[in-house]
Design a protein around this ligand. Structure first.
Ligand code: F6P
Length: 533
């Protein structure tokens, strides 16, 4: 399969994407719709033959069977012996989902109901701090216990009608210091979000927050809540069980925004809007489970990704939301994609003989246009771009802003594809220069073009649409992982750094010698010691 795709990739050499539009049906044929979404991948160098080969790749990799196994609660996270069931968190009808023969849905729905009643009490002032109704919520978490909720809270700011929600993740004291400054401890609720409740960054910040609160509040623990799978540890921290919201080990950290880890979002936007977010995720689940691969958005996104990264060798993928409130989406997708599919070993322990997932990065447009698009248009490497844009904004009075935003988005994908030839560049500057200088100046103005992009367009960034977008990307990562034959649900690659940081703690503190460390580490430790002295 891979060799067929490689030879199809060779066929694209010298072939212009723009020329593929000689087929008047191309835009529609290389697009898929679901609900009100339109995913257009016609501005890529994928033709009928390549698409058919990619769809075969997905069939032969067993995507359908693995998809069924995931939704059925089988332990597809083989290295950790766990099921992968974040989809159960948005299974709002409660249809049974069994893990080890036990239906997990009653507990999922019970926890959702507890979250809803707590969030409502915080929002309506029934739950108070020592100084009265809660005005501010501080969510302390990192990785999946931060990126999902903060991304969604920013994305859904037009719906944020509850207390202000703040997010602290970094162990750098600057993060918590800047966040707590100006907050009133007596009306602040602190949520400690950690699946394991052992993550050093989160626990350090949680202790600092508790100390901050205990200066002003007689019973600080009463203004703490915890979100964790390790409910034994939350009690040790002093958080009463009625404010502990647990979840099972079959919810991966980077897939956890749908459950208790989403509590800060729920407090911010309300239980009803949070349910709409879940409904969106659930509707994408149904689409993923039932649509033919050729019409299946997550499958198509995955196949376009595989085509660009593993087949054509483009190492990175830019995610470019023309939707400013999706400012944290690229960071969220970095964890989702890179922690899931950044692996060198296949599920069976053998070494991959193709590349794992791409480097994912990006920024909202139009800001990126004035920063890194230069490289995307004229750099020597090709960066496949993924544009996201809403047909409508949330600011009816500023509709002219939105039109400009959309025009820029469409202009970028067109420019990437069309480029500008040397003749066209000469034409641009022919009045200003002549002779050799004209030639030199023109060459700087050439755009190679033929650069691929996709566009996902949706009506408006509502909670439901956001839920659909997040679930779309989750399933895309799943499909890519199945095709690559890797386990998308473990993350052993984060362990070594954590272990070394623990060992370096006493060395940095000056309690232990750096002897035995490499020369560079010793030199850096020396610098720190001299600086302190
Ligand atoms: O270090 C990686 C990681 O384990 C992520 O997978 C996870 O989302 C994050 O740390 C936070 O973990 P926890 O929720 O257990 O604090």
């Amino acid at each position: 399969m891979w060799s067929t795709l490689k030879s199809l990739a060779a066929d694209t050499e010298g072939r212009k994407i723009i020329d593929l539009f000689e087929n008047p049906g191309r835009a529609a044929e290389f697009s898929a719709t679901f609900d009100h979404f339109l995913f257009d991948f016609s501005k890529t160098n994928i033709d009928d033959t390549a698409l058919a080969a990619l769809l075969d790749l997905a069939e032969n990799a067993g995507v359908a069977q693995k998809r069924e196994a995931m939704f059925a609660g089988r332990k597809i996270n083989e290295t950790e012996g766990r099921a992968v069931l974040h989809t159960a968190l948005r299974n709002l009808d409660g249809a049974p989902v069994n893990v080890d023969g036990v239906d997990v849905m009653p507990e999922v729905l019970d926890t959702l109901a507890r979250m809803e009643s707590f969030a409502t009490e915080v929002r309506d002032g029934t739950f108070t701090g020592q100084g009265g109704a809660i005005t501010d919520v501080v969510n302390i978490g990192i990785g999946g216990s931060d990126l999902g909720p903060v991304m969604a809270y920013r994305a859904l700011s037009p719906y944020a009608d509850g207390p202000r929600v703040h997010y602290v993740s970094n162990v750098d004291g600057a993060d918590i210091a800047d966040t707590l400054r100006g907050l009133d401890a007596t009306t602040t609720l602190v949520i400690v979000a950690s699946k394991t409740f052992t993550t050093i960054e989160t626990m350090t910040n949680a202790r600092t927050a508790r100390a901050w609160m205990s200066d002003k509040v007689s019973d600080p623990a009463a203004q703490f809540a915890a979100l964790s799978s390790a409910t034994d540890k939350t009690g040790d921290f002093g958080i009463a069980s009625e404010r502990v919201f647990g979840f099972e080990d079959w919810v991966g950290g980077r897939y956890s925004v749908w459950g208790p880890i989403g509590l800060s979002l729920m407090i911010g936007i309300g239980a009803e809007a949070f349910r709409a977010f879940l409904r969106g995720g659930q509707s994408m689940d149904r689409h993923f489970q039932t649509a033919e691969f050729a019409e299946n958005l997550p499958v198509l996104l995955a196949l376009v990704g595989i085509w660009h990264n593993q087949v054509l060798g483009h190492a990175t993928r830019a995610v470019l939301p023309y939707d400013n409130r999706l400012v944290r989406l690229p960071a969220y997708l970095q964890q989702l994609e890179m922690e899931s599919n950044g692996k060198s070993v296949a599920m069976d322990g053998t070494t991959l003989d193709y590349h794992s997932g791409p480097v994912v990065w990006g920024e909202p447009g139009t800001n990126g246009q004035h920063a890194f698009y230069q490289l995307i248009h004229q750099g020597t490497r090709v960066v496949p771009c993924e544009f996201l844009v809403a047909a409508e904004g949330h600011e009816p009075d500023l509709a002219h802003h939105h039109q400009l935003l959309i025009a820029n988005c469409l202009a970028q994908s067109e420019a990437l594809m069309r480029g500008r030839s040397l003749d066209e560049a000469r034409e641009k500057v022919k009045d200003a220069f002549e002779g050799e200088e004209l030639e030199r100046q023109a060459r700087h103005r050439v755009f190679p073009g033929n650069r691929p992009s996709t566009t996902l367009i949706y009506p408006k960034l509502t909670p439901e649409v956001l839920g659909q977008i997040v679930a779309l990307y989750e399933h895309r990562v799943f499909v890519e992982g199945v095709i690559l034959g890797i386990n998308s649900y473990d993350q052993w690659g984060v362990e070594l750094g954590k272990e070394l940081a623990t060992a370096l703690g006493p060395i940095v503190a000056g309690e232990e010698s750096a002897e035995g460390k490499d020369g560079s580490t010793r030199q850096l430790v020396d610098y720190l010691r001299r600086h302190r002295a």
